[in-house]
Ligand binder design. Structure first.
Ligand SMILES: *Cc1c(COP(=O)(O)O)cnc(C)c1O
Length: 486
């Protein structure tokens, strides 16, 4: 790997392009575009390709190795998704084209809406939200409008379990609700007694992630939903962990009123590095009128000879638009392809294998690490990344040391309810060999912690950058560390 920047590699006169002879008269650039001060690097095509390829290899990626980041579902993105998303008829369309010229795109979106409805048990799905967090905002705003329309403005309280993802309280309070945290019981479920004390006429709703971020299926989910409903509240499902339920349980059937999907987690559209994601929202019939638009619909039914004609509509009492145009269309194409490739049986297989892989790995890892909730997990599990008798070693040290073994660290210090949490999600796409290799690395690190704890404090040793000051890195962003010499 070269340590030089692309500017330092530059050689005067070198170039990486070859334009054909112009077949039109040349015109000088407008004066305002001619700037002596812009110093562009001069490189050959090969210089540029090598430079960026080498840079890309400095990052860990799902294509490069195991990526057990819990609560994020970094699963393999099948390459066929990319091939389909690049088909000219899909990739080269413009959102301002007349709908008659993009009927294929609309068909794809309509079909995806239908499939997501079938998979989740909801009556209506809107595809536009940009990510899970934006889906949550949609949900919170719908809950708000629903109670307003019922002349019930005193419902100001949203309940959120203490194991929840930070976006849940963030979007609820952005929508003007008071966030009330709910404790978990000893088995990692919502504490029913605590829930009951909040079920009054100020309750707007509950946000529930199921399975939750401990990787546990709430054993009383039906009771939780029923308690909230009988107090007049709505139940929002955070669908980030839908992977574990695919083809087995439908949140709509359990009584959830609203839920977001994270297409970039469950349906294998790529994420990491800032997205884009996609967070469609499903609702029951009673709330369908509040969804953001545009939603794809059939404007004219088809028959045996002619396909239906598709168009858009915006529901009557909509909370408003959430996103420019139609959301992240490229992500919708990838999710469509993924679902089409797997079919119903394949989706169920994903759910079963995600759970099987996580339980297999949990058994192996818990030989050396404390498992605070010792019961069958769903698609992920949480262990403590610390030992009482080795005070100098923390979850962060274990996470960093895993990089030396060639693995991406698991999520650490989340969920907050577990001391020194390491949250591990293997996903269904990993083989037994990969899971065994990861378990062996975790075992080796546990041994290192006993024999040489101080060594772990300085890990990683083999990465291009060693232990970074993460707080400084986040607060004090430096985007460009190279400045040209005058
Ligand atoms: C990822 C995640 C979210 C947020 O979703 P984004 O698509 O990242 O905005 C919310 N809740 C849980 C449990 C998650 O894992």
């Amino acid at each position: 790997m070269t340590e030089q920047t692309i500017y330092e590699l530059s050689q005067p006169g070198r170039k990486g392009f070859a334009f054909p002879e112009p077949d039109v008269p040349s015109t000088p650039l407008p004066q305002e575009f001619e700037r002596e001060s812009v110093r562009l690097p001069e490189l050959s095509e090969l210089d540029v390709i090598r430079h960026f390829t080498n840079l890309s290899h400095l990052n860990h990626s799902v294509d490069g190795g195991f990526y057990p980041l819990g609560s994020c579902t970094m699963k393999y993105n099948p390459k066929i998704n990319e091939a389909v998303a690049r088909l000219p008829g899909l990739a080269n369309t413009h959102p301002l084209q007349p709908i008659v010229s993009v009927q294929g795109n609309l068909y794809l979106m309509y079909q995806l809406q239908e499939w997501l409805q079938e998979i989740s048990g909801f009556d209506k799905v809107c595809l536009t939200p940009a990510a899970g967090a934006q889906g949550e905002l949609v949900g919170a705003l719908i809950i708000k409008k629903y109670h307003q329309d019922n002349n019930d403005p005193k419902r100001v309280k949203i309940l959120i379990p203490d194991s929840a993802h930070g976006t849940n309280p963030a979007t609820s309070s952005m929508s003007g609700f008071d966030v009330v945290p709910l404790p978990s019981d000893a088995r990692g479920n919502v504490d029913l007694e605590a829930l009951k004390t909040h079920c009054d006429d100020t309750l707007a709703g509950l946000m529930l992630t199921n399975p939750n971020t401990l990787g546990l299926f709430d054993e009383h989910v039906e009771q939780v939903v029923q308690l909230v409903h009988s107090a007049g509240g709505l139940v929002y499902g955070d669908g980030a962990n839908l992977n574990a339920l695919l083809g087995i349980i439908r949140p709509g059937d359990v009584g959830f009123d609203i839920m977001h999907f994270n297409l970039h987690k469950t349906f294998s559209t790529p994420h990491g590095g800032g997205g884009p994601g996609s967070g469609p929202v499903g609702v029951t019939q009673a709330l369908a009128d509040y969804l953001p638009g545009p939603i794809v619909t059939i404007i004219e039914d088809g028959d045996e000879e002619n396909p239906p004609f598709y168009g858009f509509y915006t529901p009557e009492k909509t909370i408003g638009r959430m996103k420019a145009f139609y959301g992240h269309f490229g992500m919708l194409v990838r999710a469509y392809t993924y679902i089409a490739m797997h079919g119903p049986e394949g989706l169920r297989d994903i759910g079963e294998k995600a759970v099987l892989n996580a339980n297999y790995l949990m058994k192996k890892v818990s030989e050396d690490y404390y498992l605070p909730y010792d019961r069958t997990c769903m698609h992920e599990f949480v262990v403590e990344g610390a030992w009482k008798d080795i005070p100098g070693v923390h979850a962060l040290d274990i996470a960093k040391r895993l990089m030396d073994y060639g693995f991406h660290p698991p999520t650490n210090y989340f969920p907050l309810v577990v001391h020194e949490a390491l949250m591990i999600e293997p996903t269904e796409t990993e083989s037994k060999q990969t899971l065994d290799a990861f378990a062996a690395a975790m075992k080796a690190i546990a041994k290192e912690a006993r024999e040489d704890p101080e060594m772990l404090n300085k890990a990683p040793y083999t990465t291009p950058l060693r232990r970074c000051d993460e707080v400084k890195a986040a607060r004090d962003l430096v985007f460009c560390c190279w400045v040209p010499e005058e």
